[in-house]
Design a protein around this ligand. Sequence first.
Ligand SMILES: Cc1cc2nc3c(=O)[nH]c(=O)nc-3n(C[C@H](O)[C@H](O)[C@H](O)COP(=O)(O)O)c2cc1C
Length: 226
Amino acid sequence: MQTRPHTTPHETPHNTLVVSSSPREDGNSHVLARAALEGARAAGHDVEHVFLDEYVQRMLDNCRRCRRIDDGNCSLDDRYEELLIDHMLSADGIIFAMPLYFYGMPGRLKTVFDRLFCYTSNGSPRQDEVVDGIMGKKIGVLISCEESYLGATQGVIAQFQELARYLHQDLVDVVVGNANSRGEIVCDPSDPVARARDLGTRLFTTRVTDYRLDTVRSSRVWEQSA
Ligand SMILES: Cc1cc2nc3c(=O)[nH]c(=O)nc-3n(C[C@H](O)[C@H](O)[C@H](O)COP(=O)(O)O)c2cc1C
């Protein structure tokens, strides 16, 4: 495996959560998810892998209707809360693996973000815990799609960028591979599988910058180039 010059694997171990959002557990985005898990593990991180369809069955509803009157908790009866509290909040970095559906993310994955609202809004008894816990994470995105033109994934990449900005997270990288039939992503000559593994390896070591005019910084990007 090739490592980019700016990566320093085997730094501090971090918790890496990989979220598979395709219902096809033998599908293409799962191949990318597995590669990212391998990369993270090889870099010495603690890894965890979840399939969204085991956790998210219900969509966001009207919180005024479905928040429990006695304790203010969400009453939607699936495992979303377990996913959020026990897996997402405790992760230092999250890699979302997804098929492209109609130029966007699958509805189940979008629901993960929609329902975050129930836990971060003022009426939530877990507001502080969830607001504090969801910020500061490193985020990676793995996308499998049939079409190769850049516009196909532009919308969803922009959405992840905005989500990361809003949630005070770093969007580290996005890997896009082209495939349709199950597993054929390994045939994509741009080797998205290797790129997914690399993303898993360097999720916590990649330099992510977003300057403003007055940001104090060196004129060099790489100190070793001095
Ligand atoms: C409901 C649905 C919508 C899709 N929409 C698109 C699309 O807009 N653009 C595209 O390139 N591929 C689209 N595809 C193809 C999938 O993104 C592609 O087959 C992907 O590799 C599936 O990933 P998976 O095997 O992990 O489920 C769509 C597939 C489905 C089932």
